[in-house]
Write a protein that binds this ligand. Structure first.
Ligand code: GLC
Length: 535
């Protein structure tokens, strides 16, 4: 448990973030790829749904080797997505609806076609040579060290012209910037200012824990837990290529850039264990406002495991730090495909009742599933580079399913990734009419969270239970909610041992239960979640 320190909660404490993968949300210009005007057309939907902020994955000029995470110009818009005027209008329309816009910032690497890299690779004595990580070969001509690329193979690429290797944590088309160089830092801070001056409300910072590397570029140690089915990157523990102590000074500097403006925020994408993750809040909270917490994405879907991890996370957050929770994103299988449709409802209740800012992924609110993509249609480089490992992220990036028309209202032409066979059933239009469907359920949960301070800023109090139930209380002043979630498909009995809870069910996965009084033992169906307002 932790007291709520925020005297005056800001929008990102209270609000709900909705991630849009822009290629797949809404096409407006008939090319089968989503764009900014498409997003504008759907803002009324997002307002109706009740979310507070939109985070949009990269929309900048890019050769699209990694679908926009390889940026060739940080301060412009890719023509596929529209123009800067379209962007300005998007921002204005979002603000007009009292919502916020979070942009994706990718500071770890540029595209190999970014002018900075073109200069850097042009000669060894180019002033921008040191903007990237260049290194001589070892005497035998091999790579400077054993570092691997997340997307398979070596992390080093040989440059024939200048006879050195450069480092890329991801694709060779995504060379890593050298964040030890002050000019690189200043250049990226200017990028941040460019968008902040326009009025964007924050950034989701891509692979924040990768940004600084060991100064001596020491070899990474082997991973004793590696198994064949895992990505080849996992063969080593990235002890020297990620999460270096110097990162915190850099993050603090980025934070200073934001702090020169009102109420702007920074989320860090960080895949690390809890004790390392929380260091990204910075000393005295001078780091990321929200270091992304991927526990609900990574941990086994098991009540005991999750409940332990939730308590551990709550206990690890530094004073003044604010928690957050993520249910899915463009790099992970969708929640429905991971835990099943019925459990996805339980997951939604968990996401929207925990203490901390929730981030949901487009389409989860209608229960979109991972769409099987035939091998010849795979687009994602992670899938293409390691075809035997089933790592393609395409299945979770398919077009939003809006209605029953030929391309589900996403586009009027064949979309860049295929739709699932069931899109005529699973879509926004159909589900709007179904008061028992996923969409209605999500919308009610969202509204409940938005309206009830106990749920958005209240304290978290663990409630000890056994078996398949995950239980906790949220409380603020005299309002207390008991959250009961059954993470199994089979019924279970909530039998409190140390307290007697009486109250009224205000929201349930089966709405028929709502309004009922409960006291003492509470029987739960399989895959059931209930929210009880305690007396
Ligand atoms: C982040 C992004 C992912 C991208 C990678 C490289 O993990 O979420 O989509 O491929 O960074 O930029």
């Amino acid at each position: 448990m932790k007291d709520t320190q925020q005297e005056k909660p800001l929008w990102w404490h209270k609000g709900i973030i909705y991630q849009i993968y822009p290629r797949s949300f809404q096409d407006s210009n008939h090319d089968g790829i989503g764009d900014l005007n498409g997003i504008i057309q759907r803002l009324d939907y997002l307002q109706w749904l009740g979310v507070s902020a939109v985070w949009i994955s990269p929309i900048y000029p890019s050769p699209m080797a990694d679908y926009g995470y390889d940026i060739a110009d940080y301060c412009a818009i890719h023509p596929l997505f529209g123009t800067m005027d379209d962007f300005d209008r998007l921002l204005e329309e979002i603000h007009r609806r009292d919502m916020k816009l979070i942009l994706d910032l990718v500071p770890n690497h540029t595209s190999s076609e970014h002018p900075w890299f073109l200069e850097s690779r042009s000669s060894k004595d180019n002033p921008k040579r040191d903007w990237y990580i260049w290194k001589d070969a070892k005497e035998d001509g091999s790579e400077p060290n054993n570092w691997l690329s997340v997307f398979g193979g070596s992390g080093w690429e040989w440059d024939e012209d200048t006879q050195q290797y450069y480092y890329h944590a991801f694709l060779k088309e995504q060379p890593d910037l050298n964040w030890r160089n002050p000019e690189v830092q200043e250049a990226m801070f200017d990028v941040m200012r460019f968008w902040l001056d326009k009025g964007v409300d924050g950034f989701r910072v891509d692979v924040m824990w990768h940004m600084v590397k060991d100064e001596e570029l020491r070899d990474n140690p082997p991973n004793p837990e590696y198994q064949e089915h895992m990505a080849t990157y996992e063969k080593l523990v990235p002890a020297y290529s990620t999460d270096q102590p110097e990162i915190h000074d850099i993050v603090a500097k980025m934070r200073q850039v934001l702090d020169a403006y009102d109420e702007r925020m920074m989320i860090g994408e960080i895949y690390l264990p809890v004790h390392r993750l929380v260091t990204y809040y910075g000393s005295d909270n001078n780091g990321a406002h929200l270091p992304f917490n991927f526990m609900l994405v990574n941990q086994d879907w098991n009540a005991r495991t999750l409940s332990l991890h939730i308590d551990e996370y709550e206990g690890a957050i530094p004073p003044g730090g604010w928690p957050n929770w993520v249910i899915g994103n463009h790099d992970q299988p969708r929640i429905t495909s991971r835990v099943g449709y019925s459990q996805a409802k339980v997951a939604a209740m968990l996401l929207l009742t925990l203490r901390g800012t929730p981030t949901m992924y487009y389409g989860d609110e209608i229960g979109m599933r991972d769409v099987p993509i035939p091998p010849e249609e795979v687009q994602d480089p992670q899938g293409l580079n390691m075809p035997d490992k089933d790592l393609s992220r395409d299945p979770a990036r398919t077009p939003m399913q809006w209605d029953t028309s030929e391309f589900s209202g996403f586009s009027d032409t064949k979309p860049w990734l295929r739709l699932p066979d069931n899109f005529r059933r699973v879509n926004v239009e159909v589900q709007k009419e179904d008061e028992y469907g996923m969409l209605s359920y999500y919308r009610r949960l969202i509204r409940m969270r938005q309206e009830e301070p106990a749920l958005h800023i209240g304290d978290y109090v663990p409630v000890i239970t056994k078996g398949s139930l995950l239980t906790f209380i949220r409380k603020h002043e005299d309002r207390q909610y008991l959250v009961l979630l059954n993470l199994s498909h089979r019924p279970s009995l909530f039998r409190p041992e140390h307290a007697n809870y009486t109250g009224t069910i205000v929201l349930a996965t089966d709405p028929e239960r709502e309004g009922a009084r409960v006291e003492q033992n509470i029987s739960m169906s399989g895959d059931e979640g209930i929210l009880i307002l305690l007396d």
